[in-house]
Ligand binder design. Structure first.
Ligand SMILES: Nc1ncnc2c1ncn2[C@@H]1O[C@H](COP(=O)(O)OP(=O)(O)O)[C@@H](O)[C@H]1O
Ligand code: SF4
Ligand SMILES: [Mg+2]
Length: 367
């Protein structure tokens, strides 16, 4: 497999909802890559745009939501502007989807075997008997006991955890290159969440499947992801190798987010909860969307939107990582506004010199 080209390329993605009061921008200029076989974790508070990003990739944005800008490529092929039928084929064959609620993916009127066999035969040239045999193997690989008998059961005859195993089997049925998993364990009993995640991780490793894993569980991210993207108000705040983002977060929002998850910060200084709430889509402030909540806000943050900038091995959309720009703008602001005595943001100095190297939005070779 050629790891040089990313498997998935999301470039300047913009998702909008037209409303009577104007257009709401829910995803605003989001760019990232996923390498073949790589697991990208996506985190952020509720409403950050994680699910919409996943839905745009798998072509399941619900109208009136629409991709209004940018592009999405899978193995170099543009997939954001395909007709519905072509996208449906890609969705079965090349991209698998796993949602929070297993019942979203399963039809209650058909046995799990019928659903697996149909998916397999739609995409692979197999006889009914061959497809059934593949389906049984898939169910076994997901740890469903007595798969030969269970294959003829209906979704409601399975427990929540077993149902999500069926969904994983369905998502991986024809060996897709990418699986988009949106909070795949949130609806499940806490006691089985870890099992399902490790199953997903194991199967994707074995199959060489890349995963976009949306979750609010940083523990899951730490154990599963190669890289992590932190989303805030429809934008990427920070993206980088998972251990760096967790242990040396570069964006004040990530710092706050990590501080609010005690389990993984045991070895770190405990940080304060982030005050305030994420803005509504119709009230995203100018400049940095995080500025009203940011403990390190500078004048530039209220005026100019920070793009993703190199910050150690990560990228962070934060002016702290481009201190010269920040200082110049701040100085300009002060000059223009006469001598108000505003701080120019000394925090910027601290960040100087941090911007060495950088992983870019591109994944490293996953393994
Ligand atoms: N159908 C819709 N109409 C209007 N706004 C929507 C719709 N669906 C989602 N949104 C808004 O888009 C933003 C991102 O939503 P979502 O991607 O579901 O967030 P997350 O998955 O990170 O919790 C939220 O502000 C949400 O309210
Ligand atoms: S750009 Fe400014 S407001 Fe935004 S996170 Fe960085 S320091 Fe805080
Ligand atoms: Mg969501």
């Amino acid at each position: 497999m050629n790891d040089a080209r990313p498997l998935l390329e999301v470039r300047n993605l913009r998702v909008e909802f037209p409303t009577r009061r104007g257009v709401l921008t829910a995803i605003d200029d989001v760019s990232f890559d996923i390498a073949p076989g790589e697991v990208l974790g996506v985190v952020g508070e509720s409403g950050a745009g994680k699910s919409l990003t996943g839905a745009a990739i798998i072509g399941l944005l619900e109208p009136p939501g629409r991709v209004a800008g940018g592009e999405i490529r899978l193995s170099g092929r543009r997939i954001d502007n395909l007709p519905a039928e072509a996208m449906r084929r890609i969705r079965g064959k090349e991209i698998g989807a796993i949602f929070q609620d297993p019942l979203t993916s399963l039809n209650p009127l058909y046995t799990v075997g019928q659903q697996l066999v149909e998916t397999i035969r739609t995409h692979l040239p197999l006889s009914p008997a061959q497809a059934r045999s593949r389906a049984i193997d898939l169910l076994k690989s997901t740890g469903i006991p007595a798969a030969e008998a269970r294959i003829d059961h209906y979704p409601h005859q399975f427990s929540g955890g077993m149902r999500q195993r069926v969904v994983i089997a369905l998502a991986l049925a024809v060996d897709p290159k990418l699986v988009v998993a949106d909070e795949p364990t949130t609806a499940l009993d806490v006691s089985i969440q870890a099992q399902i995640i490790s199953l997903l991780k194991k199967l994707c490793r074995e199959h060489g499947t890349a995963v976009m894993l949306v979750t609010h569980d940083m523990g899951v991210i730490a154990e599963t992801a190669d890289r992590v993207a932190v989303m805030y108000a429809g934008r990427i705040a920070e993206i980088g190798p998972v251990s760096d983002v967790i242990h040396q977060p570069k964006h004040p929002y990530t710092v706050g987010l990590m501080g609010s998850i005690p389990s993984i910060v045991e070895t770190r200084e405990r940080l304060a909860q982030i005050d305030g709430a994420m803005p509504r889509l119709n009230a995203i402030p100018p400049g940095c969307a995080f500025n009203p909540r940011c403990p390190r806000v500078m004048p530039v943050c209220r005026e100019r939107r920070p793009e993703l900038m190199p910050a150690g091995t990560s990228l962070a959309a934060c002016w702290l990582h481009q201190p010269h720009e920040a200082a110049a703008t701040a100085a300009g602001t002060i000059a223009a506004g006469s001598a108000t005595g505003l701080s120019t943001g000394h925090a910027a100095d601290e960040a100087a010199g941090k911007a060495a190297g950088g992983a870019g939005i591109h994944g490293g070779a996953a393994r």
